[in-house]
Design a protein around this ligand. Structure first.
Ligand code: BTN
Length: 260
């Protein structure tokens, strides 16, 4: 998908002791013309951003906080695929490095035993027809032993799951390699193998009862259904109680633990 992919990601790499958000720093560098593959990391973020306007807690030394600049030669409509590729790359790297099986909750939350250990935020700057750049932001919970009360029931860290500490570099290098090969697959073979790989990798892709929290107009509310695979564009398809299948256009996917 990029006109010419770099041989590796992480060249150049800018590391900061403390920033508000690596997303802001990476987007600024992208606007100034940095090459594809540029990586921004930080020990700590004071304004870490999550999806749907949430905060991403980014305490010093406990997590890996990184943003990767991509320059895909694609239309803005291909953005959902870039989001899936990021999730596949993180899952592959974490499993290979830690030996712990990971799941992907569409579009790209990485879960271990149903708890979130990594969040991914993809932000794009584009005109109507072409993408100028994409910033892929990845936050991985490395060494937390506990979480704020709001997150405690749904979050985990590699430390909790493996019983040992993880350095940032022990995860960063394999992660950049995996992301590079997953984006390379999209570039060389198109969306189909990505959709197939995602459907294999995610227990949420097919036959899962889910609640979609949030409505396309931004209003609060929820809808329920059973997942029915991905559309060719990478959107999650959900079948409602009347057999109508529709793509998820907005909102967060959660397991439905109630009755339909
Ligand atoms: C989510 O809501 O699940 C996405 C979280 C993304 C967090 C990462 S940490 C590095 C980068 N900088 C940010 O401000 N956010 C992303």
């Amino acid at each position: 998908m990029p006109a010419a992919m770099p041989r590796r990601y992480g060249r150049p790499r800018y590391h900061y002791d403390c920033v508000d958000s690596t997303m802001r720093v990476a987007a600024k560098r992208a606007r100034l013309g940095c090459p594809e593959g540029t990586v921004v990391t930080a020990d700590q973020q004071t304004g870490g951003r999550g999806r749907h306007g949430r905060v991403w807690y980014s305490e010093r030394g406990l997590g890996l906080y990184l943003s990767l600049v991509l320059r895909p030669a694609c239309s803005p409509e291909a953005a959902p695929l870039l989001t899936l590729v990021a999730g596949l790359g993180v899952k592959e790297a974490l499993e290979r490095t830690t030996g712990v099986p990971c799941d992907i909750r569409w579009p790209n939350d990485i879960l271990i035993r149903e708890r979130k250990c990594c969040g991914i935020l993809v932000e794009m700057e584009a005109s109507r027809e072409t993408v100028d750049h994409v910033v892929v932001g990845i936050g991985i919970n490395l060494n937390q032993l506990e979480f704020p009360a709001d997150f405690a029931p749904t979050a985990t860290s590699l430390r909790i799951e493996t019983g040992r500490d993880w350095t940032r570099t022990s995860i960063l290098d394999p992660l950049l390699d995996s992301l590079h090969s997953c984006y390379g697959l999209l570039a060389s073979r198109g969306p189909k193998p990505i959709i197939e790989a995602f459907q294999q990798a995610s227990s949420y892709a097919c036959g899962r009862r889910v609640v979609i929290e949030g409505l396309p107009d931004g209003a609060s509310g929820s809808t329920r259904g059973v997942t029915a695979g991905l559309s060719p564009a990478g959107l999650l398809l959900v079948e409602d109680g009347h057999g109508v299948v529709a793509p998820v256009l907005a909102g967060s996917v959660r397991p439905d633990v109630g009755t339909m």
